[in-house]
Design a protein around this ligand. Sequence first.
Ligand code: ZN
Length: 66
Amino acid sequence: MKIPLFSKKPEMAEDPVCHMQVDMSNPSGGTAEHEGKTYYFCGPGCRVAFKKEPAAYLSGEKSVEM
Ligand SMILES: [Zn+2]
């Protein structure tokens, strides 16, 4: 008999701009799609920065220190 899990961990995703962990069910910075993938952001500033130059952040060429 399986015991159901009561404390379900929230699913986390990494903000591609500042590399913070963001709750996927409630990203405070919203989401953005890039090449069919959804990215999650800690704040609107990161989302705006990512949308300007998504490739630069994904390749690690650019990053933001928080
Ligand atoms: Zn961020």
